[in-house]
Design a protein around this ligand. Structure first.
Ligand code: SF4
Length: 335
């Protein structure tokens, strides 16, 4: 199915999503951007109407994930700083199977293709996040074409978090497409596609099947938001498998080499910190919280912390772990 930018979003959704809900639904079921109840909470889930496209041959991270657990590390760097991109790639690239270039609602940066070119030149095996918030469909197509020409490993297709009150109030939030339609667009351009999902966000019962629908739209990898425990990851993945999802999952895991996790971790739902960087070893949880905080309390950035690295965990059912690097803002890849 070709994702039409003219497709009517569901009435009441500020992001004009067709294939909602996004990952920003608040704990009390209110919309991420408005005070009313999210309009996608009730069954039935919106199904992807087309047949799954023929996926490109798996390469890079996806090929490795078919063989063994992998580590995908957030590549978060200061904005408008290409030297920092090269420097951080030099640190994290050699200890990761792939690097994930992020996108921030409150912090503009160079265009994704430009950052990707810098990271690739520095030797990164790169996945680039592309969000629909600030780009109309034409610009999304341009970025996808550019990323394909550059030879990135893949693209993480997200709808994008809405900007908070007071953040660039004069700039419109575009949302021509949502993350699912962007995934289809990227897959149609021959790119390997990752999508996010937020197991802890309402409506929890619908979200596993949502992964299967995203796969039918073209996704080949699912990057999970932080969840309350490894057991919760396992139950979510099992439910997604029951719903028909066969793609590999990457579990979010803030990681620090110290026993004290960064201050930002306290604001995540039961996020765990690992005290090892040995591939294949199990993370030792050091801190947890049982419930997701209100969105307004989510951290804008990490406190300064020691350089961090991550490890895959063979005890977990996903095929990979995603780590949040030193100095970065742990992201919520809202879809
Ligand atoms: S929470 Fe997200 S999907 Fe639900 S109505 Fe708001 S913007 Fe739309």
């Amino acid at each position: 199915m070709e994702p039409e930018s003219s497709a009517a979003g569901r009435l009441g959704c500020p992001k004009r999503m067709v294939f909602g809900p996004c990952g920003g639904v608040r704990e009390d079921e209110r919309c991420e951007l408005a005070e009313h109840r999210c309009v996608f909470l009730d069954a039935p889930l919106v199904r992807w109407p087309g047949a799954a496209p023929d996926p490109p041959v798996r390469s890079g991270l996806l090929a490795r994930a078919a063989e063994a657990p992998v580590v995908l590390t957030d590549l978060s760097v200061p904005a408008f700083d290409t030297a920092a991109v090269r420097r951080v790639v030099g640190v994290l690239g050699p200890v990761s199977d792939g690097l994930l270039l992020g996108e921030h609602a409150n912090r503009p940066d160079f265009p994704p293709t430009m950052l990707a070119a810098e990271a690739l030149a520095a030797g990164a095996r790169l996945w680039t996040t592309l969000a629909c918030r600030d780009r109309n469909r034409v610009v999304l197509e341009q970025e996808l074409a550019g990323l394909a020409a550059l030879g990135v490993d893949g693209v993480l297709c997200v709808t994008g978090d809405g900007r908070g009150p007071g953040v660039r109030p004069g700039a419109s939030q575009v949302f021509d497409l949502d993350g699912v339609r962007l995934a289809a667009l990227a897959a149609g351009r021959g790119l390997q596609v990752a999508v996010p999902e937020s197991p802890e966000a309402p409506p929890r019962a619908l979200r596993p099947a949502r992964v299967a629908e995203k796969q039918r739209a073209g996704a080949q990898l699912c990057v999970l938001n932080h969840v309350s425990s490894p057991a919760r990851v396992a139950s979510f993945v099992a439910a997604a498998r029951d719903a028909g999802a066969t793609l590999p999952f990457v579990a979010g895991s803030p990681s620090t080499p110290t026993s004290a996790p960064p201050a930002c971790c306290s604001a995540f739902p039961a996020c765990t910190s690992t005290t090892t960087s040995s591939s294949g070893s199990s993370p030792r949880p050091t801190r947890g919280r049982p419930a997701s905080p209100p969105r307004s309390r989510r951290p804008e950035r990490c406190s300064p912390s020691p350089a961090s690295s991550g490890s895959t965990c063979r005890a977990w059912p996903p095929t990979g772990a995603r780590t949040t690097a030193h100095g970065s803002r742990p992201r919520w890849p809202s879809d």
